[in-house]
Design a protein around this ligand. Structure first.
Ligand code: AHM
Ligand code: MG
Length: 336
């Protein structure tokens, strides 16, 4: 019989063999996974659960919140508040950090999340997901502030996402490779289905919102232009394009079969580096991508080296197959 390795068993055995998942971190990952199962149930119910449509509110980025954005945010907070593993949380859907209330013990970790990424796909039955990043609270501090969260991505203790698609899949890194678990809906458990995710170094597949093409900077215009030229052009190969419009789903495809994902700066909002957020979208995805052998930059620098200055700050993103991200990054460096 094939042995099914549950998330719990995987985490316990990793700690036993490598000592890299202390009990508080294990609890944190298990609680996040449990919250994702609850979110998956709501997502699966769709119209029957009366969870579709707008919540009638806006988040700190001025985006209209969907009911499922709000529900997922509440599920994650409620699940993570009482366990004693966290000091505070931050979310795309909350203006300020949420400090663990005094009635519960405070732990050493900080959790950041995008509770439901791909909001525009919620109501149309297309894959969406939860993205999370785990930091350690700086030592010797009393209380918690925004400042404690402003750590470069390379200091993440763990990161991952759960994609709610045809299957519900949890993807995780604690800094020693990337693993995938598929939700067994009958048993209600996440089962290990890939213990060594590797992104091929080369690819012929790109993911970008092409409708923004005319607003991009020259290096991105050049790169995508050359992809579109195909075999007879500068790159000498035909490219394919895929764009789901949910970062989780687009990154998941890249972790499964390679590709390059771009969400670049564009001239409509020249003062913003891009649409995506550094701390709970780009950093966790960059950590996963690097741990799977890929590369993630903002066009010029490694995303995980960037020193954040604000909780909700934005960043340009180029990530995926190493050699392809290198080409895009070289074009930016040459241009500057
Ligand atoms: P969200 O966190 O509000 O869902 O926004 C992020 C999403 C990403 O998942 C996706 O890559 C991008 O927005 C798509 O945006 P657009 O359709 O505007 O190009
Ligand atoms: Mg998002």
């Amino acid at each position: 019989m094939t042995q099914h390795i549950s998330l719990t068993r995987y985490l316990v055995e990793q700690q036993r063999e490598h000592g890299n998942i202390p009990s508080q971190l294990r609890l944190l990952i298990e609680v996040v996974a449990r919250a994702c199962k609850r979110i998956a149930i709501s997502v699966n119910k769709g119209a029957l659960g009366e969870v579709l449509g707008s919540a009638g509110t806006e988040n700190v980025q001025g985006e209209v919140q969907k009911k499922l954005d709000v529900i997922s945010n509440e599920v994650l907070i409620e699940a993570n508040e009482w366990g004693g593993h966290l000091a505070a949380m931050a979310s795309e859907e909350m203006d300020d950090i949420h400090v663990v209330p005094n009635r519960y013990p405070q732990g050493e970790y900080l959790l950041l999340f995008d509770p439901l990424d791909g909001s525009s796909n919620i109501d149309v039955n297309v894959s969406i997901g939860t993205i999370f990043s785990v930091l350690t609270k700086p030592e010797g501090q009393i209380g918690v502030s925004d400042q404690d969260f402003l750590q470069a991505g390379q200091r993440q203790a763990a990161a991952g996402y759960c994609v709610y698609g045809p299957q519900t899949t949890l993807v995780l890194t604690v800094g020693s490779g990337v693993v995938m678990f598929t939700l067994d809906r009958e048993q209600g458990t996440f089962v290990l289905t890939n213990d060594n995710v590797q992104i091929p170094a080369d690819t012929k597949e790109f993911a970008v919102n092409m409708s923004n093409q005319r607003h991009w900077a020259a290096p991105v215009q050049r790169y995508i232009g050359e992809c579109l030229e195909g075999k007879s052009g500068a790159r000498g190969k035909d490219f394919n394009m895929r764009w789901v419009g949910s970062m989780v789903a687009d990154v998941h495809r890249i972790l499964c079969r390679g590709g390059v994902f771009l969400y670049p700066w564009d001239s409509r909002e020249p003062t913003k580096p891009g649409k995506l957020r550094l701390m709970y979208e780009a950093n966790p995805m960059a950590f996963l991508v690097e741990q799977a052998g890929g590369m993630a930059t903002n066009g010029l620098e490694r995303i995980m080296d960037l020193q954040p200055t604000q909780l909700h700050e934005r960043v340009s993103v180029v990530l995926g197959s190493r050699n392809e991200v290198q080409v895009v990054t070289d074009y930016h460096r040459n241009a500057s």
